[in-house]
Design a protein around this ligand. Structure first.
Ligand code: HEM
Ligand SMILES: *[C@@H]1O[C@H](CO)[C@@H](O)[C@H](O)[C@H]1NC(C)=O
Length: 372
């Protein structure tokens, strides 16, 4: 099997649900060409930057996200009926009224807001938001309202199709080894920010700034820690291979501040703390759950290069090349340190082996096979 494009990697799990438009997007030759180009120029966790932001631009006015007084997007703490979930980005959007403050939004709102506020590519947000509505919408094939967390009340989901929201989707959408969220089995919840995990990210990022490289070493540690402490650690084909890189790489790609001096972004501890609702200083951080906020004076990525499917795949492959274990599909067997990989050559009738996944289009082919 030879899919024409590496973007099949992201899209394949959805092929069954959305055949026509997904197949079209996945066969875009430009996406394939760029991904191949990237594979030839590997450097570090941030190697995709050179490919997609080769000629960095910064336009202060266009990139400024005004959340100051009078902007209409002032920060407000969520009220008693407002739901927040495991995603700091969506929580912050709701706290600023970019998304409805109650925490329920349509697929269209997710797409519009993630594009305008942080520069997420339309296809990426369409996939994420549609997955949210589908996987977490109680099996409804197309459910336009998705909850950031919790179960929508009757008034919002009058047909009773609301499902569990994003935080109720463990191992469908919500993954083990998240950056700051705990594992469901270990903590009894999968959405509360763990200050010690935030501290580990800071510790992995000396010098006041968090980068793609430091985020990736932190991810590698989290991955190992899960194997050695969580008897039920599971790195699933979707949650492990796709949701996990999103959760890590989004931290830099969407939360970094942009400027003329740093057009591809710079993520200081302070900016990160704001997005994650953390206060205090390193060593004595504390968290106010659900109080995520977009920093004042913050500039998003340039829309000249939105965070598109090919960029997402570029980051996914670059980080997996540094740590091939990220691609190990499998889990612990009820005991710590008992990680057993699904033999990919079994899943694929002997066509692929774990080590060959990183070659060329093989990972994409594997993803396409998983879907079928
Ligand atoms: C349609 C848009 C989006 C959807 C449906 C979505 C959904 C999710 C879900 C389900 C998780 C939990 C995954 C896990 O278990 O780790 C998550 C985590 C995360 N999301 Fe989003 N997200 C979206 C947009 C964004 C944006 C725009 C940002 C950044 C501004 C963002 C940043 C993050 C981060 C950093 C995590 C990991 C949280 C942690 O464990 O520390 N997401 N998101
Ligand atoms: C973003 O960068 C600009 C330029 O350096 C700076 O003026 C602004 O304060 C920064 N914003 C944040 C939230 O750090």
């Amino acid at each position: 099997m030879k899919p024409s494009s590496a973007s099949v990697l992201l899209l394949a799990p959805l092929v069954a649900a959305f055949p026509a438009w997904v197949a079209d997007a996945a066969s875009d030759p430009l996406i394939a060409a760029r991904a191949e180009d990237l594979l030839k120029r590997q450097k570090g966790a941030d190697s995709a930057t050179a490919l997609f932001e080769a000629a960095p631009v910064f336009h202060a006015e266009a990139q400024y996200i005004d959340v100051g007084p009078g902007s209409g997007h002032e920060w407000k703490a969520p009220g008693p009926g407002d739901l927040r979930g495991p995603c700091p980005g969506l929580n912050a959007f709701a706290n600023h009224g970019f998304l409805p403050r109650n925490g329920y939004a349509t697929v269209g709102q997710f797409i519009d807001v993630t594009g305008r506020v942080v520069g997420m590519g339309t296809l990426v947000s369409t996939v994420l938001a549609t997955l949210g509505a589908t996987l977490d919408g109680n099996g409804a094939k197309w459910w336009p309202v998705s909850a950031i967390g919790g179960t929508p009340p009757r008034s919002i989901a009058p047909l009773g199709l609301g499902g569990n929201g994003i935080s109720g989707s463990h191992n469908k959408y919500e993954a083990d080894a998240s950056p700051t969220r705990p594992d469901l089995y270990q903590a009894g919840n999968n959405y509360q920010t763990q200050v010690d995990q935030f501290q580990q990210l800071i510790d992995a990022s000396p010098g006041g700034y968090v980068t793609m490289d430091t985020i990736t070493s932190f991810r590698s540690k989290r991955f190992d820690t899960q194997k050695s402490t969580n008897p039920y650690f599971f790195n699933g084909p979707f949650t492990g291979l796709f949701a996990q890189p999103a959760a890590y790489n989004f931290i830099f790609r969407f939360m970094a501040n942009h400027s003329a001096e740093a057009p591809v972004g710079e993520l200081s501890y302070d900016v990160l703390k704001s997005w994650f609702a953390i206060s205090g200083e390193s060593g004595s951080y504390s968290v106010q759950q659900g109080h995520e906020r977009i920093p004042h004076n913050w500039y998003r990525r340039a829309l000249e290069y939105p965070y598109s499917v090919e960029y997402f795949l570029g980051d996914l492959l670059a980080t997996a090349r540094l740590h091939p274990k990220f691609l190990d599909v499998g889990g612990n067997q009820g005991q710590v340190d008992s990680f057993t990989g699904v033999d990919i050559s079994d899943l694929t009738g002997g066509v692929f082996h774990a080590t060959s996944l990183l070659e060329g289009d093989n990972l994409a082919c594997f993803a396409a096979q998983l879907a079928t």
